[in-house]
Design a protein around this ligand. Structure first.
Ligand code: AMP
Length: 619
């Protein structure tokens, strides 16, 4: 029987536990719910405001502080204060290497494709753990304000997030003790907030223009029968309102004939100027002139000058809109609605440019900072079954995936995905000359396959022998409307292929599904921790393998001390691998990396110069 709970904040009876909607943003995050009047509302925890800055600070003891309090440490303790972690979620160092200088904290460089880690104090954190801290704070605020436990959530992500970034967001939710019912695209949430897509009979094509503090994206969506399909996305993850502020600061520096070098060294004055610039920019959203002083510096800005300063940046966003339309193979006339998201869309010039490009007035009635969280709350309400007017589609009750390194479950079709569905991912080999690959298909929500339900297993045979990491194996899952799952594995370089049909629902009762879901919630935190330990071990083992092979192959480039020192680092890493402390493994792996990096460069240099002489150093 369903339980009835009472909302202590309002005294109202609740049929269902509250499911919140969370906008986990690059700069700010917020959480919303559907209030007893059935309207979406952003949660305002007493005196703490609506927006929670997405900033995490660690003190000397390693305790985390999140939000406004953490933001204060951006200036006093930048090395241990992490902002913009969303940019790092599900990313490898290779992905972010070009932007390393925009982060004031240390991102661990272990060269390769593995996911980035961040160092604060003497601990290593994954972006998942850091986002988990932000989500924990949001959960706590929601619980405090609503005076009821909050265990389930819908979290939004940009439409351009890939599988790995979505999985990372899910994991962050789990770490925070949240059952993440669904990951929803931010433009989809924004559209729901405006009521677009709620009527299944409605058919629309919409553009969502999202200009925040540091990122810009535009998405073109097609909505049909209550299904949101992303037709295209475009944007620039390093363009936003911060660029407007910077342009104003440089303008004032020039106007006041200030010495740029001297100023750049004075961090606190630069920071004050930046804040003043933001104030001016915001003021110009409702007035024509800003005129103030900061010490002896005249901070004057009129509308026309401001527009001149930001013109190129705004033009860049319009070019992105053009490209998005082109990719969606649509003309401007085919767009039925335009929605504005993000604080920077309050700038009248931005609104005008968007309106003039699309030839229609964009929706701007809802606060652009809140619109995504409000839409997420509506999506949560739909999932809770509180909206009988909305058609719920057939969905898979449990996630489907395959076993990867260390017995981990890699989800390919997430729980609640609508059926029919198709999804796939690329894998590779971990050993040199590996010619077979075992593919084990599982169903369930736990991070370890041993806790999930095994559906099938088959071998992809006849992969041509290649060095580890070179073969490209595509694994595709196709779940048809009758619930039959076809798993296909294909090695792209050779065309070797294998396929199998499975009925995932066979022998699965509602009770089993429920038990599996409950288990996944009770074990969420330990599961994610275990997964991170296994991943760290996998990386560590790979590093030992590479380092040992390197010593064997290239010993002539190293002197005896270097070889024995490397062996010591390898042994230390091996010892750490037998323990169960993730941080220790990461620390030893980092030390080995640091020590051996110059050797790799040395070999490269020799390789290049020998190649130029027409010789090869390959043994
Ligand atoms: P978001 O990332 O969506 O929270 O947007 C934050 C950006 O919106 C920052 O660059 C703010 O300076 C900017 N912003 C906030 N309020 C206004 C306003 N009234 N006019 C112009 N920009 C604003």
């Amino acid at each position: 029987m369903a339980k009835i709970s009472i909302n202590l904040a309002t005294g109202a009876f609740q049929q269902e536990e509250i499911i919140v909607g969370i906008d986990l943003g690059t700069t700010n995050s917020l959480v919303a719910f559907i209030n007893p009047e059935k309207n979406p509302q952003v949660i305002n925890d007493t005196g703490k405001g609506l927006l929670v800055p997405s900033v995490v600070h660690f003190n000397a003891k390693g305790d985390a502080l999140v939000g406004n309090e953490a933001k204060d440490f951006l200036i006093t303790d930048p090395a241990n204060t992490i902002f913009s972690v969303k940019r790092l979620l599900g990313r490898s160092y290779k992905d972010v290497a070009n932007h390393q200088d925009t982060f004031s904290y240390k991102i661990i460089d272990d060269e390769g494709d593995s996911l980035v880690k961040i160092k604060a104090g003497d601990r290593f954190y994954t972006p998942i753990e850091l986002s988990g801290e932000i989500l924990k704070e949001l959960k706590a605020r929601a619980e405090h304000a609503l005076k009821t436990p909050v265990n389930r959530a819908v979290i939004t992500v940009p439409a351009y997030f890939n599988d790995s970034q979505r999985q990372a967001t899910r994991d962050a939710g789990k770490l925070a003790g949240l059952d993440v019912l669904r990951i929803v695209n931010e433009p989809t949430a924004a559209s729901l907030a405006y009521g677009i897509g709620l009527d299944p009979a409605q058919q629309k094509t919409i553009a969502v223009y999202d200009l925040g503090g540091g990122t810009f994206d535009v998405s073109i969506l097609s909505i049909q029968n209550g299904i949101f399909e992303v037709l295209s996305t475009n944007g620039n993850t390093f363009l936003g309102g911060d660029d407007f502020d910077r342009a104003i600061v440089y303008y004032w520096i020039a106007k006041n004939k200030l010495n740029k070098e001297e100023l750049s060294a004075d961090l606190s004055l630069m920071q004050s100027l930046r804040l003043k610039a933001e104030e001016a920019k915001k003021a110009l959203s409702s007035q024509n002139l800003f005129n103030e002083k900061l010490g002896d510096i005249w901070c004057t800005l009129d509308m026309q000058t401001f527009e001149e300063l930001v013109k190129d940046k705004v033009a860049e966003t319009i070019t992105s809109c053009k490209n998005a339309l082109k990719d969606a193979k649509l003309s401007v006339e085919e767009i039925d609605e335009v929605i504005l998201v993000g604080g920077s869309t309050r700038t009248p010039y931005v609104k005008q440019q968007v309106e003039s490009f699309f030839g229609r007035k964009p929706h701007d009635q809802i606060n652009p900072d809140e619109v995504v969280a409000l839409g997420a709350a509506i999506q949560a309400d739909i999932l809770a079954g509180n909206r009988s007017d909305i058609l719920l589609l057939d969905v898979t009750p449990l996630s489907l995936g395959i076993e990867t390194m260390g017995g981990l479950m890699d989800v390919i079709v997430p729980r609640n995905a609508k059926v029919p569905t198709k999804a796939g991912r690329q894998y590779t080999t971990s050993l040199d000359g590996q010619v077979n690959m075992k593919i084990s298909v599982f169903q369930g929500e736990r991070d370890l396959v041993s806790e999930n339900r095994k559906l099938a297993e088959f071998d992809l045979k006849g992969i041509p022998a290649m060095p580890a990491g070179l073969p490209k194996v595509d694994i595709n899952f196709l779940l048809n409307a009758d619930g039959i799952l076809t798993v296909q594995a294909i090695e792209l370089r050779s065309g070797v292929k294998q396929e199998i049909d499975i009925t995932p629902s066979y022998g699965l009762t509602d009770d089993t599904v429920e038990r599996m879901l409950i288990d996944s919630i009770t074990h969420a935190k330990s599961d994610v921790e275990q997964r991170m330990l296994i991943e760290a071990r996998g990386e560590g083992e790979q590093l030992v393998y590479t380092a040992e092979r390197f010593i064997d192959k290239h010993s002539e480039f190293l002197n005896e001390t270097e070889i024995s020192e490397t062996r010591n680092y390898v042994d230390a890493l091996k010892a750490a691998l037998t323990a169960t402390v993730k941080d220790e493994i990461l620390k030893k792996a980092d030390e080995l990396n640091e020590f051996t990096r110059p050797f790799a460069e040395r070999v490269m240099d020799v390789a290049v110069s020998s190649a130029m002489k027409g010789k090869s150093i390959d043994k």
